[in-house]
Design a protein around this ligand. Structure first.
Ligand SMILES: Cc1cc2nc3c(=O)[nH]c(=O)nc-3n(C[C@H](O)[C@H](O)[C@H](O)COP(=O)(O)OP(=O)(O)OC[C@H]3O[C@@H](n4cnc5c(N)ncnc54)[C@H](O)[C@@H]3O)c2cc1C
Length: 580
């Protein structure tokens, strides 16, 4: 017997489900609260398993063709000068700008139009009550209708009213201390094909992104604790933004003028949806309604498409909806927990409050965008490592191919940082260390330090200055790779010990340059160098218990410190008058 399914919400998750369930022979109705299909929304990206699902639907090529044409991401200063940039052309795979960047409305329409061929869509209606009996869920709508369904799928986004109704008090939202507004403004001649991101003091940022409709997409964000702003009227939200950004600089004046005239304004105070379960009887949650990870995680659309596909596939292979919902939850939980692992410090790191913080962020990003590190960053944005194994649903494919190179589900990774955040943390820590190191370097910009250093008696095995300049970037890259790999591991005593030692050693590198070049403490610096041999060896040993490659790339660091200690000790002994 054909099963009757109700989907509420006609956006990314709802339309993907309607597409798959309609093609599998279910009798599908989609009810959307808005009076007509919603076209709005800004740039979103689809990565990893999300792209695989689109490929299986035969829609991947169309999605790429409808892309925004964004060519990369650049952080700019108040004069529009680029402080750091990641170009997609330089990236092997996805970077901050993914290979598949598309407007939310364009993607939702791409899914909606073919889905509507095999599902009934009803706009301007919503659920008011659901009562279950042994046979079905009896649903009452705002329009007054009452219908019976075998299953109800709630895909209503982060603020879902049906979720609140069916799963009362179960959501424990995690507020991310970031308020965001998206809207569209007219394009000007100097808007290029880059996503330009400007940080202003006070935790504010303005970003401009290209689209394929001849307009420019704006995002304004403010890093601050939540204050109920999502419930204000649109007029009050705009007035508040006007006040907050009136002195922000760069293109703020133009953006605020555009905001007054826009007819496409989306505002939200970011919070994750945290549900202990995603189904109850015949009702199941999916997409942002189930697990909103917020745009900070950078994977919301990929999760919505993947989750919809997995849910449809599990419903297709079992007549028991409760069993199908349980299998769907088992398959999706690890990926969702991985995406939701973003720590609350993330918005603060990306939206510094002080000018110094902005300079450090730019320094860290510049470092992460260097060619030597860029090769790694390409791999970091490719999708979640906890994606479900889609090959188990191969019989659902419509693109004619068989099998797929999906990754298997691994153990849940609580506490593992997302790729973007791990990269940011590594860049920030090493960036600070590099800034301190440069401040103390015996180079032409520090003539007094340089003169003192050149006047020291040094042993014959002292390498030329150029060798130091060449060795440190290699060692720091090893530390960066090691730190990144460790931060991506699930939290636990061994991982946290290794991360602690990584932080200690990175801090000691900067501290040592201060002690030797600025303080001229030759004895203390030789002792500190010896201590670093021990602490770096402890770091490598701790890392080896968690991740062997992370340990391996730390070994040259230990070896160099051993050599540096011999050198520092000889310089101390040979220069009794020149140190302190
Ligand atoms: C208009 C709009 C603009 C967006 N813009 C951005 C953006 O610029 N950047 C970004 O990262 N993310 C944006 N998002 C969120 C993004 O689409 C989601 O994070 C992600 O794609 C997951 O999609 P979803 O289908 O689970 O939820 P959503 O995309 O949030 O879709 C939920 C759908 O359910 C409908 N709905 C809500 N309540 C009910 C109800 N009670 N009954 C029936 N229908 C209901 C909504 O109208 C909407 O169509 C936007 C969402 C919307 C709706």
């Amino acid at each position: 017997m054909t099963r009757r399914i109700l989907i509420t919400g006609a956006s990314v998750a709802g339309n993907t489900l309607a597409w798959w369930l309609g093609r599998t022979g279910f009798d599908v109705t989609v009810v959307e609260r808005a009076p007509a299909f919603r076209d709005g929304g800004q740039n979103i990206d689809v990565r990893g398993s999300g792209r695989e699902v689109l490929r299986r639907m035969g829609l991947e090529q169309s999605a790429l063709e409808q892309g925004t044409g964004e060519e990369g991401t650049a952080w700019v200063d108040a004069n529009g000068r680029i402080a750091a940039q990641f170009l997609t052309a330089d990236q092997d795979g996805d970077g901050p700008t993914a290979e598949m960047e598309i407007l939310r409305g364009d993607l939702a329409r791409l899914l909606y139009e073919p889905a509507a061929e095999r599902a009934t869509y009803r706009f301007g209606d919503s659920v008011t009550a659901i009562v279950e009996d042994d046979e079905a869920a009896c649903v009452t709508f705002a329009s007054g209708r009452t219908e019976r369904y075998d299953a109800v799928i709630v895909a209503e986004g982060v603020g879902s009213a049906t979720r609140t109704h069916v799963f009362a008090h179960e959501n424990a939202p995690r507020w991310m201390d970031l308020t965001i507004a998206y809207f569209t403004i007219p394009r000007t001649a100097d808007d290029d094909r880059l996503w330009r991101w400007y940080n202003a003091p006070g935790g504010r940022s303005v970003s401009l992104r290209p689209d394929r409709h001849g307009t420019t997409r704006v995002m304004l964000s403010v890093q601050q604790p939540p204050g109920g702003e999502q419930d204000w009227s649109q007029e009050r939200q705009k007035t508040w933004l006007r006040k907050r950004f009136s002195d922000a600089g760069w293109q703020s004046a133009r953006v605020l003028e555009g905001m007054d005239a826009t007819d496409d304004f989306y505002f939200d105070v970011l919070r994750q949806v945290r549900m202990p379960r995603w189904s109850k009887g015949r009702v199941v949650l999916t997409g942002d309604a189930a697990w909103c990870a917020t745009p900070i995680a950078g994977i919301g659309t990929t999760l919505a498409i993947t989750g919809a596909y997995v849910l449809a596939a599990e419903m297709a292979r079992s007549d028991d909806v409760v069993a199908a919902f349980a299998a769907y939850e088992r398959a999706m939980r690890p990926m969702v927990e991985d995406a939701q692992g973003v720590p609350k410090i993330a918005p603060r790191l990306m939206n510094p409050h002080s000018r110094l913080g902005i300079r450090l962020l730019h320094g860290a990003l510049r470092m992460a965008s260097r060619p030597a590190v860029r090769g790694i960053t390409g791999k970091l944005f490719g999708g979640s490592t906890k994606e479900p194994d889609l090959s188990q649903y191969d019989q659902n494919r419509t693109d004619g191919s068989t099998g797929a190179p999906e990754r298997a589900v691994t153990a849940a990774g609580r506490g593992a940082l997302s790729p973007l955040l791990a990269l940011g943390a590594v860049g920030l820590v090493l960036g600070v260390s590099a800034v301190v190191g440069r401040r103390n370097a015996p180079d032409p910009s520090h003539p007094r330090i340089r003169k003192w250093y050149r006047g020291l008696d040094k042993p014959g095995f002292t390498p030329p200055d150029a060798a130091f300049g060449a060795v440190w970037p290699v060692l720091e890259t090893g530390l960066a790779v090691g730190g990144y790999r460790l931060l991506r591991q699930p939290s636990g005593t061994a991982r946290n010990t290794a991360v602690g030692l990584w932080l200690l050693n990175t801090a000691m590198v900067g501290g040592w340059t201060q002690l030797f070049f600025r303080e001229k403490q030759l004895g203390a610096s030789a002792a500190a160098s010896g201590a670093m041999v021990a602490s770096s060896a402890a770091y490598v040993a701790a890392a080896a218990r968690v991740d062997k490659p992370a340990a391996a790339v730390g070994i040259p660091f230990v070896a160099w410190l051993g050599f540096a200690t011999l050198l520092a000790e000889r310089i101390w002994r040979d220069n009794p008058e020149k140190g302190r």
